[in-house]
Design a protein around this ligand. Structure first.
Ligand code: ZN
Length: 113
């Protein structure tokens, strides 16, 4: 389950940011996950609940915001929004899509006290 190591890197970023801002604790973490990132949301929630223990984010809730994948279509030379890999271009039906967004995860922001 690669969500566990992803959750660990999230905790590190959150912990570091919170410390850098002189926080006592983190109350909320907002995470943006692209639909093409192949991250299972439930597994991510679970993994974060495990790794946050003992960190400044121990009591933090995790909010996950899913974003659509985006790609450039080589068939019709237009940007295309796709919900999953292997999907055809919604404009022309071509499968020659170059993914250029929605394929990663990032910490959007955190709330601290
Ligand atoms: Zn197209």
């Amino acid at each position: 389950m690669h969500e566990m190591s992803l959750a660990e890197s999230v905790r590190e970023i959150v912990d570091e940011t919170a410390r850098g801002n002189g926080a006592h604790r983190v109350t909320r973490v907002r995470l943006e996950i692209g639909r093409l990132a192949q991250i299972e949301l439930q597994a991510m929630q679970f993994a974060f609940d495990v790794v946050k223990r003992g960190s400044l984010a121990e009591g933090a809730s995790l909010e996950i915001i899913e974003v659509n994948g985006s790609a450039w279509c080589l068939g019709c030379s237009q940007p295309a929004l796709i919900a999953q890999r292997g999907q055809a271009c919604p404009h022309c039906g071509s499968y020659q899509l170059q993914v250029n967004g929605g394929d990663r995860m990032r910490v959007m922001d955190i709330e601290i006290e």
